[in-house]
Design a binder for this molecule. Structure first.
Ligand SMILES: [Zn+2]
Length: 198
């Protein structure tokens, strides 16, 4: 029996189903390809149809989907085979890897989303309080790609400006290191130069 029923539901087997998406729920062609088949409902199928009707009232957000299941039962006359089919589809949906961002390759968000966010990276060395140093990442909240840096959402041009300032600061760091390497006997003028440039 179940072979016949499964063979008569090719459209359901091939459907990509998302229970959270009302639009997709509406287009699942559960009853496609079943024209002319009007089998008698088993007592079990009648009972399940009653439960589905109640569930549609209790859970209006999935009422459309349940309606498609009910239609499948009415069309095949057997509730167990249809429910097996639904359970199988739900299982496949659960084990499906989430769809990657269709807009940006750097975006780590999956599925339906409007706000895009990339991986945050920071300097390999945390500070003494174990806080990340200079975290940076790409974002798009809907107004184009920005660089998240220094707790700011920067345009590429603004980010380049900040980067130049940071590079200059690292040059200061390097000069101070050089002074430290020379110890107390080193030329004091280098320290003054570093201060003046701050
Ligand atoms: Zn995205």
């Amino acid at each position: 029996m179940s072979h016949t029923v499964y063979a008569s539901l090719p459209a359901v087997t091939g459907a990509s189903l998302d229970l959270c998406d009302a639009d997709q729920r509406a287009v699942v062609p559960a009853a496609a390809g079943l024209a002319g088949i009007t089998p008698a409902l088993t007592p079990r199928a009648v009972r399940v149809l009653g439960q589905i009707e109640q569930a549609q009232k209790d859970y209006p957000d999935v009422a459309k989907f349940l309606g498609l299941v009910a239609q499948g039962i009415r069309d095949t006359g057997d509730s167990a085979a249809v429910l097996d089919e639904v359970l199988q589809l739900m299982q496949e949906k659960r084990t499906e890897p989430p769809a990657p961002c269709p807009v940006y390759t750097w975006c780590t968000e999956t599925g339906d989303h409007d706000e895009h966010m990339g991986t945050t990276m920071w300097a390999a060395c945390p500070d003494a309080y174990d806080k990340p140093v200079l975290p940076v990442g790409l974002i798009d909240w809907g107004k184009g790609v920005k660089v998240g840096l220094l707790d700011l959402d920067l345009t590429p041009a603004e980010a380049r400006g900040k980067l130049a300032e940071l590079r200059a600061h690292l040059d200061h760091v390097e000069r101070l290191i050089a002074v430290a390497e020379q110890g107390a006997t080193g030329p004091a003028v280098d320290v003054e130069h570093a201060r003046a440039d701050q």
